[in-house]
Design a protein around this ligand. Structure first.
Ligand code: DX5
Ligand code: ZN
Length: 217
């Protein structure tokens, strides 16, 4: 059974804590916290103070932080101190990938590497032994509610087979365009172990019910 990580990007930020509690109670395994800087991506979202408040409100929630920012190493410590449990950063954004992974490890947080649609998934292979997860983007990051790119499935398969070949239990996460009855089961079939879903959960009329349905995949 895949783990479910609802993305707060589609949440009603006026009641963020309450709605995150609802999806966690409905069975979500973690909360996906999307950070955008208006530089690495063309949008600006939320950051350190919001994470701090959310973690204080939900101390037991595993915070799956997705940094869509330039030079992530600069901010690793602040996000760890604010309550991140996993810090994922983009292979395209980091000037020193090994140093960034080492900084996350030193703070005893899980490290994740993210691969954009136009980046070969093989770019994550040199770092696989040191990562808790690889996040494969199903859309160009920056906005929720976009259509899943079907070629993402081949990238998940290639990553699955490389992890299996090396005997690694690295999580394979997929983010962007993940929908309940179409792309989510396809991603699991291809080898994904974490489903990130924003509009399909926080955009649903009944977010608890949507979260619970994802857990059944
Ligand atoms: C994309 C973000 C995603 C986004 C997914 O830039 O990283 O986490 O919220 O949204 P949906 O599930 O609506 O594609
Ligand atoms: Zn994300």
């Amino acid at each position: 059974m895949a783990k479910v990580s609802p993305s707060v990007l589609s949440a009603d930020f006026a009641k963020l804590g309450e709605d995150c509690r609802k999806v966690l109670d409905a069975g979500a395994d973690m909360i996906h916290f999307d950070v955008m800087d208006g530089d690495f991506v063309d949008n600006i979202s939320i950051g350190i103070p919001v994470l701090q408040c959310l973690k204080a409100a939900l101390p037991d929630a595993y915070m799956d932080v997705h940094l869509m920012i330039t030079d992530p190493l600069r901010y690793v410590k602040e996000f760890a101190d604010a309550g991140a449990d996993c810090i994922s950063f983009h292979v395209e954004a980091a000037s020193d990938i090994l140093a960034t992974i080492a900084a996350i490890d030193a703070l005893q947080k899980d490290a994740g590497l993210v691969v954009n649609p136009n980046t070969p998934v093989e770019s994550a292979f040199p770092y696989l032994d040191d990562l808790a997860l690889v996040l494969v983007m199903g859309v160009v990051p920056g906005h929720g509610g976009q259509a899943f790119r079907p070629e993402t499935l081949d990238k998940i398969r290639a990553l699955r087979s490389e992890c299996d070949r090396r005997g690694l239990s690295t999580d394979i996460s997929v983010d962007g365009g993940v929908k309940l009855s179409t792309t989510a089961p396809q991603c699991v079939e291809a080898g994904a172990t974490i489903l990130v879903a924003g509009s399909a959960i926080f955009g649903a009329d009944d977010i608890a019910a949507a979260g619970a349905e994802f857990k059944k995949i």
